[in-house]
Write a protein of this length. Structure first.
Length: 141
């Protein structure tokens, strides 16, 4: 009887472990999907100015910057949707050219772009969820 209880406990623990691993795997797959979709959207909507490597255009267009992204996530989200105006300093370089927005992008698409940018050049925080983007968009206008 003791062996049956031990075996049952082991099987239950193993099952819980497998379930938790599958949840982690689902999240990893979702992160890969967001990152891939974000890279495709970045190519279409951002590469022209910020370049494929995120380097920007000299003193005209700023590079993608991980510090700026991590400290100004709401502004980045709002900028993608509605554009940015006014001066900013990125990597000790002063930029003062307006960035056009793309009002046709959905919260999901912006989440995918920001997730891609964060995975490629940022702090690798994981998925930026559409609900985070939606909240930021409500707050920026």
């Amino acid at each position: 009887m003791k062996n049956l209880v031990k075996n049952s406990s082991f099987i239950i623990c193993l099952g819980l472990f497998i379930l938790s691993c599958s949840e982690n795997r689902k999240e990893e797959i979702k992160l890969q999907q967001y990152t891939y979709q974000g890279s495709e959207l970045y190519k279409v909507h951002c590469t022209n100015c910020h370049q494929a490597d995120g380097s920007g255009l000299g003193k005209l267009i700023p590079p993608i910057d991980s510090t700026y992204l991590s400290t100004n996530l709401t502004q980045v989200i709002c900028g993608i949707k509605y554009g940015l105006t006014g001066a900013m300093t990125i990597q000790n370089i002063h930029f003062d050219k307006d960035m056009p927005g793309n009002t046709r992008l959905t919260a999901l698409e912006i989440a995918e772009i920001v997730t891609y940018i964060d995975q490629k050049w940022g702090k690798k925080r994981g998925i930026i969820r559409p609900k985070v983007v939606s909240k930021a968009l409500r707050d920026c206008q």
